[in-house]
Design a protein around this ligand. Structure first.
Ligand SMILES: NC(=O)c1ccc[n+]([C@@H]2O[C@H](COP(=O)([O-])OP(=O)(O)OC[C@H]3O[C@@H](n4cnc5c(N)ncnc54)[C@H](OP(=O)(O)O)[C@@H]3O)[C@@H](O)[C@H]2O)c1
Length: 316
């Protein structure tokens, strides 16, 4: 596929940095972009993850850089490495992310800050550090969000806040960078089965453990039922990491990149609902998730997750 011109598409080629490439969507995307003919700089936090990726690379066009996007010195070092290795970047895929689930009353300030630090503040740091390299090739920025960047659901408030913020960051960057020729797109996937789902369960249990006992008990049954429903939704999802990688490749190669690429029917539906439904109807739609949490806080057992329960991924 390298160098082949498809109508409405630019040929693949040039260097792309993908953050969060150690697992899940980032890993798939890094290998896919290499297959398509790009030079790929895979951002990982540990050498052993980089070595694993190198072992899977088929074309010798993939390299890795160790970068924690919440650490400015590490981000600067990655940008210096990219400059030495490639001189310019054709693309930057801001994919790294975590999900801190939990009723907002249970999420403490440190957990909330961490959610925003990784999913929002870190990405702006990566953008700032790499913009000189992107400008040189009129490159592209692809920000990975989710359906929850358009509609916030109960028990995923911290994650939704971060996704909304990343959407706003993307809109502002797209408008600010237009004149310099650097294009900015959002890729918003719905539920896709990746390691994030097991991490989310563990993080949810941790949030409950760290919350004051009385507060945690108020939500426990309803929240755990919600998490269970989400896990099922991820298992049943028909959207694959390959679908995601294809959307990222399109954002990098479409001659006229879109502001937003939805991946999966669930994410697309969520975006449509958020655009069309008034708040009162959205409240009603998501209300079933918390229906069993009494005002007095019994944490009633048997909380049912409605069929419309939204997933951490932004599915619905
Ligand atoms: N899977 C879904 O259903 C879904 C749906 C919608 C949106 N998304 C979004 O897609 C992105 C990728 O998710 P995924 O499902 O592939 O999750 P994943 O398998 O858990 O991968 C997350 C990646 O982010 C990296 N990361 C976390 N904190 C980091 C930091 N401080 N600095 C650098 N890298 C860091 C992780 O590195 P380590 O391995 O070192 O922790 C890992 O490589 C996320 O932004 C997520 O919000 C996922």
């Amino acid at each position: 596929m390298s160098g082949r011109t498809v109508r409405g598409r630019l040929p693949a080629g040039g260097a792309v940095l993908v953050t969060g490439a150690s697992s899940g969507l980032g890993r798939e995307c890094a290998l896919d972009l290499e297959n398509r003919g790009f030079q790929v700089l895979a951002g990982v936090r540990r050498d052993e993850d980089g070595e694993k990726l190198l072992a899977e690379s088929l074309h010798g066009r993939l390299h890795y850089t160790v970068v924690d996007i919440t650490d400015d010195a590490s981000v600067r070092a990655a940008a210096e490495f990219a400059e030495r290795a490639y001189g310019a970047l054709r693309g930057l895929v801001n994919n790294a992310g975590i999900c801190v689930p939990g009723p907002l009353e249970c999420v403490d300030s440190e957990q909330f800050r961490r959610q925003l630090d990784v999913n929002v503040v870190g990405h702006l740091g990566v953008v700032r550090a790499h913009l000189p390299l992107l400008r040189r090739s009129r490159g592209r920025i692809v920000n990975v969000t989710s359906g929850l960047g358009k509609a916030a659901v109960p028990y995923l408030g911290a994650y939704s806040t971060a996704q909304f913020a990343k959407e706003a960051l993307s809109d502002a960057l797209r408008r600010e960078l237009g004149p310099s020729g650097v294009r900015v797109s959002v890729v918003a996937p719905g539920a896709i089965l990746t390691p994030i789902w097991s991490k989310v369960s563990a993080a949810g249990e941790q949030v409950l453990r760290d919350a004051p006992a009385g507060v945690a008990e108020r939500y426990r049954a309803s929240f755990l039922a919600f998490m269970e429903g989400n896990g099922q939704q991820a298992l049943a999802s028909r959207t694959s990491p390959e679908d995601f990688a294809r959307a990222v490749a399109r954002a990098l190669t479409d001659t006229r990149p879109r502001a937003r690429y939805w991946v999966g029917a669930d994410a697309r539906r969520m975006g449509r609902l958020a655009r069309l439904l008034p708040d009162a109807l959205l409240d009603r739609r998501f209300g079933g998730i918390t229906a069993s949490v009494g005002a007095a806080g019994s944490g009633a057992a048997g909380a049912a997750v409605p069929a419309t329960g939204a997933s951490p991924a932004g599915g619905e």
